[in-house]
Design a protein around this ligand. Structure first.
Ligand code: CMP
Length: 137
């Protein structure tokens, strides 16, 4: 079993799509080990996305991620990192396959409904950024 970190981003949360995305997460066989609703500050979003610091979209990305509540989660499944990335689909919803979450609920590369870790080291950093060990059940 492998854990990954996931976000239902402010666009999907504000549109009322969190419940439908959570149903899909359970239907696909993930265990939800951690889950909380947060309203990130700009500084918290910048810290989370520090790997993108300096990129042209960094300010837009961190403004958006601190624009409203989101759900942060730790998901667990066999090959969980890839399984969650496959379920999300391509970063740009226009390129995402039919049936993926970003295709269904995203509207642009910036407002793309969900986030997921891209590698084991990233998952470790991202999980620990938001969750203590005691919160993972
Ligand atoms: P995410 O998986 O959360 O990781 C980094 C995010 O940056 C990505 O999803 C996109 O939402 C966002 N992103 C990537 N490229 C761009 C871009 N060109 N313009 C705006 N946002 C972007």
């Amino acid at each position: 079993m492998e854990q990954t970190f996931a976000i239902i981003k402010p666009d999907a949360f504000a549109a009322g799509n969190s419940g439908k995305i959570l149903v899909r997460i359970y239907e696909e066989g993930f265990k939800v080990r951690g889950l909380k609703k947060l309203f990130l500050s700009k500084a918290e979003a910048e810290g989370f996305y520090q790997v993108h610091h300096g990129k042209p979209f960094f300010d837009e990305l961190t403004d958006f991620m601190s624009s409203g509540p989101c759900l942060v989660m730790v998901l667990e499944a066999a090959a969980g990192i890839k399984k969650w990335r496959d379920l999300m689909g391509a970063t740009n919803p226009a390129d995402a396959a039919d049936g993926t979450l970003r295709r269904q609920y995203g509207s642009s590369v910036g407002e793309n409904a969900t986030h997921g870790s891209d590698a084991p080291e990233t998952a470790e950093f991202e999980i620990s950024y938001f969750f203590s060990g005691l919160e993972l059940l």
